[in-house]
Design a protein around this ligand. Sequence first.
Ligand code: ADP
Length: 454
Amino acid sequence: MRKITTRAALIYTILTSLTFLVLYELTVRFSQKWYYWPACLGVYFLSALVFIFWIDYQTKLIVKLSEMAKTFSEGRITPIPFLANDDEIGELSESMQIMAENLNKNLQETLEERDRIETILASMAEGVLAFDGAGKLILMNKTAAEMLKVTWEEVANRYFLEILRNHNLSDLLKAGLTDTKRQVMEVKLAPTSPEFYRVYITPIISKESGIHGVVMVLRNITKMRLLEQMRSEFVSNVSHELRTPLTSIKGYVETLLDGALENEELSLKFLKIINNEADRLNRLISDLLYLSSLETGRMEVAKKTFATPQFIEKVVNIIQPVAEKKNVVIETYIHSQTKEIYGNQGMLEQVLINLLDNAVKYSPAREKVKLEIGVHEQGVYLKVSDNGIGIPAESLPRLFERFYRVDKARSRQVGGTGLGLSIVKHIVERHRGQIQVESEEQEGTTFTVILPNV
Ligand code: ADP
């Protein structure tokens, strides 16, 4: 039998026995007295009262426990007082206490898990959205909110088309809700936007209910597309640049084979052109290889301090023959505080050779080209200026692009590859320096390279 039932039966028996005994005593001693009946009633009333109080106490305990259970079901798990009864109510309170502790532990673990997932989602570079089986939004991370330019409050529980008017994506989402395969699409979120996205839609599948939602991942692929476009433009530029001297070489060789070889003067003229074109091809290929090793980072930038005068002498000696051909004079100014330069000597020689070569190439004969080295607040500056043809203002922003030339024909005529300034820019960047250009058409151009001391 249950303890509480036994206890109730015991109390009931004791109370009825006591009542019976008291009533018996009353009957024996006071049955003739006037207060006999009121006394009997009093005894009955008292025993009933004691019983009611006991039942009421037990009921209160049950009510208390039932209220606790209700708060648990509402998710408010508060620790419950321990009722030290050694009956079923006591056992129930003990079980509920253990249950509260376990629930609290599980809840804590669930909250920690949720925080972890939220942190991961918030730190993702991809936008993540989750939709339920009806296609309503149930989750969105920060990146997705930024990509779609919405807030969670605006879009929570909304259908996709209410969030973004993109029918292609909406159809893809619908397909994801019916097909277990992952869907992928490359789209613009808005027709006028320059941004491209790759969108993945993966169904959320459970054994019991099949597809009951989808996860949409948005990845911005604009940069990747731009790089692909640049790469294909580069390949077509390179092909074009290589084809031009090759076509010219082939043309002259064919003319020679067709009979021009008989004419010694003409043959010599054509062979000189072929030789020049072959030199240009050679320069182009070396420039391309140099640029590619710079861009891929394969070329190590081993920096050290080296003496400025010897460095300048070496560079000027290389350029001098080209300058002499045009009667161009190279003047050098080295400020007294710049006896030494910190950097990769070979690479910095290439920078000055390219800049001085351009200054000579794009200057009229008998002009002066100036090379100046001095102290800058960040380190040293190397300045190459000429009084040549200058560069139009609209060309300045594109000047350092590969194969960019202001005047293609003129650049070819003077043997340019269109890669010289690109190489300069890359070397300066690998030294964490800066390059500036100032130019005035028909007045001249000044390139300034600033190199940090570290
Ligand atoms: P290129 O081999 O054609 O000289 P660069 O990359 O060295 O290629 O230069 C790109 C273009 O910038 C040149 O084609 C030329 O139009 C212009 N340019 C560079 N330096 C000068 C300069 N000192 N004066 C005038 N134009 C210049």
